[in-house]
Design a protein around this ligand. Structure first.
Ligand SMILES: Nc1ncnc2c1ncn2[C@@H]1O[C@H](COP(=O)(O)OP(=O)(O)OP(=O)(O)O)[C@@H](O)[C@H]1O
Length: 212
């Protein structure tokens, strides 16, 4: 479960006040709203990349407001993906598990399982710089899911893709939702995406978050 309890956030001149949100465990929620309204700011606060000035953030009932990002068990796919140019696809899938000092046999098994689910087995040895947009999205999603996070945050993951790749990614995200049951918050501008994927829809307008 993701819970924002009367959260306020300041970023330079921009601020959000008294934001409340609840995404029950296993739900797939989308967050919509016009550009510059603070959707990314909310995701960054949930994963700990941005401090909140008041209120609490809870993950599965635990108050993580002051926790470091790495301790929150959150998988995050940022808008620009932030792939590592010097690492291969396989090393991206292994990254979070190596940080957590998981045994090599477990890492190998997880890489092979994830690559199969994401359809990127043939890319495992490739560097990421020459991947297509859809392939890069799959790698970023794999890196975020690798350590079986409690929560997955997706920031406009499909906006740069062509229509048929987007449709493939919708199917993939639906499969991830069904097979992992990970609680997901997905920022999008696409009504179609919301219709295909969402159990729950939030809209952010002029600093007010509403359930649509
Ligand atoms: N570090 C910062 N300093 C000053 N202003 C900031 C900072 N970070 C974000 N902002 C401002 O906060 C506002 C909200 O930005 P944010 O990226 O959260 O919006 P968004 O709803 O995700 O937009 P988009 O749909 O275009 O991605 C914007 O006006 C942005 O310029």
């Amino acid at each position: 479960m993701i819970e924002l309890d009367h959260v306020s956030i300041h970023a330079g001149e921009f601020s959000l006040s008294d934001i409340c949100m609840q995404v029950p465990r296993g739900h797939y929620a989308v967050l919509m709203g016009r550009t510059g309204r603070g959707k990314t700011t909310i995701l960054e606060s949930i994963c700990g990349l941005r401090k909140v000035t008041s209120g609490r953030i809870l993950i599965d009932g635990v108050d993580v407001t002051t926790w470091l990002p790495g301790d929150r068990q959150i998988g995050y796919v940022p808008q620009d993906l932030a792939l590592f140019p010097t690492l291969t696809v396989g090393q991206h899938l292994a990254f979070a598990l190596r940080l957590r000092k998981r045994p090599q046999s477990e890492i190998d098994e997880r890489i092979s399982q994830l690559a199969k689910v994401l359809g990127i087995t043939s890319l495992l040895g490739r560097k990421v710089d020459a991947l297509s947009g859809g392939e890069s999205q799959r790698v970023a999603l794999g890196r975020a899911l690798s350590f079986r996070p409690a929560v997955l945050l997706l920031d406009e993951p499909l906006s740069a893709l062509d229509e048929s790749t987007r449709a493939e990614m919708h199917e993939l995200l639906k499969r991830v939702k069904e097979t992992t049951g990970v609680t997901t918050l997905h920022v999008t501008h696409s009504n179609e995406e919301a219709e295909v994927l969402a159990d729950q829809r939030f809209e952010l307008h002029d600093g007010v978050l509403t359930v649509a």
